[in-house]
Design a protein around this ligand. Structure first.
Ligand code: AHR
Length: 366
């Protein structure tokens, strides 16, 4: 209630032309949100967080939801309002409007796609509610529409996978021009798809690889299988399937094997090699078994990180506007020991490649 009154007051002040801008790009929220935080702290109440989640399309997504739900508990001082958008942006927009109506303290948005957020995020800003963007990114005309974003460097993920493939082909004695790739993309317009596809497209040009087919599998196992089946009917002359997440890889492997293809790690001897992203336990089990040769990690464990960010905002501390999380790489063998890749977060860095063993798998929490 206090926040609404403050919001009205600020609107009035702005109308009088007295207020010359509020909040910094990397600050711990606007002056309105700081007041809201203060009122919560002094009343000793729970912090209400509305989480607009993408959906439940993948094992990765399930792990992400669990991490958030396990963190934002009443024991930890939170009330979580969770919304599953079933991979539809319009559902996320409705959820955000509902969160505004319910006067939540924070909105956490994992956007299905990057564009189309300006109007609803302006509504959240007008209501004085800080928006934290998580995992994927929003592409808005005014960065002050959200407080901060924490997520993956998806361009780096794509570049890492492609540098690995280049080195792997060299080590196996396969000419770069003999690499023929099928790309099963993620949901078109999602940051995870954009970065991973861009990384591949750049490497195709740079290395003289052939891109045989490129189609969305919407990050699901069922669609990954369907798309692979349909591509196999049109052209089966390829030796690499670049799946933009683990669930697509599971579907693609089923389709390849049903069509009589040998899925494996030996490019030189005619195996079809599957590459993937996420590094879920099920994905890494396929890596150990040689069904997936490389799995580039995408970290879904955002709950504790979001908690830390909100605690800092509550304390009025500055929070970096853009934060990237650390992500590893997992391979079937040690042919390629490390890769070098650049991304959104800056210049090229070296990343070690971990060979998957039973211990690696059992040490994973998702
Ligand atoms: O945005 C992260 C991606 O979305 C993960 O790679 C995928 O599994 C999920 O659906």
């Amino acid at each position: 209630m206090k926040k609404k009154m403050l919001s009205l007051l600020l609107t009035g002040v702005m109308a009088m032309g007295v207020l010359a801008g509020c909040g910094s790009a990397t600050s711990g929220g606007s002056s309105k949100s700081s007041s809201k935080s203060d009122s919560k702290k002094s009343s000793g109440g729970e912090i209400t967080v509305g989480f607009a989640q993408v959906g439940a399309e993948s094992d990765w997504r399930t792990a992400c939801t669990k991490s958030v739900k396990d963190t934002f508990t009443s024991k930890n001082g939170y009330k979580l309002i969770f919304d599953d958008a079933q991979q539809k942006q319009e559902n996320q927009i409705t959820a955000i409007r509902n969160f505004i109506q319910q006067d939540v303290d924070y909105i956490v948005l994992d956007p299905v796609t990057e564009t189309g957020w300006d109007t609803v995020l302006q509504e959240a800003k007008d209501a004085g509610i800080p928006v934290i963007v998580v995992d994927r990114m929003v592409d808005v005309s005014d960065d002050s529409l959200y407080t901060m974003r924490i997520g993956s460097d998806f361009k780096a993920e794509g570049n890492k996978a492609c540098d690995w493939l280049k080195q792997y082909a060299d080590a196996q004695g396969v000419a770069q021009t003999d690499i023929k790739i099928v790309d099963i993309q993620g949901t078109i317009g999602a940051s995870a798809q954009i970065g991973r596809t861009e990384g591949l497209n750049d490497a195709v040009k740079a290395n003289g690889w052939k891109l045989v087919a490129q189609q969305t599998g919407e990050f699901t196992q069922a669609k990954g299988q369907e798309v692979m089946e349909s591509i196999l009917k049109q052209n089966s002359d390829f030796n690499v399937v670049y799946c933009e997440n683990d669930n697509e890889a599971f579907g693609a492997i089923d389709a390849l094997e049903a069509a009589g293809k040998k899925v494996g790690t030996d490019l030189k001897n005619g195996d079809v090699m599957v590459m993937s992203f996420d590094s879920t336990k099920a994905g890494l089990t396929d890596v150990k078994d040689g069904k997936i040769t490389l799995d580039t990690e995408c970290n879904p464990l955002y709950g504790p990180k979001l908690d830390e960010i909100i605690k800092n905002l509550e304390a009025g501390k500055k929070v970096e506007k853009s934060q990237f999380i650390d992500e590893a790489m997992f391979a079937h063998d040690d042919t390629v020991k490390s890769v070098s890749a650049a991304g959104e977060s800056g210049d090229a860095k070296n990343y070690d490649v971990t060979v998957v063993t039973d211990d690696v798998i059992s040490g994973r929490s998702y």
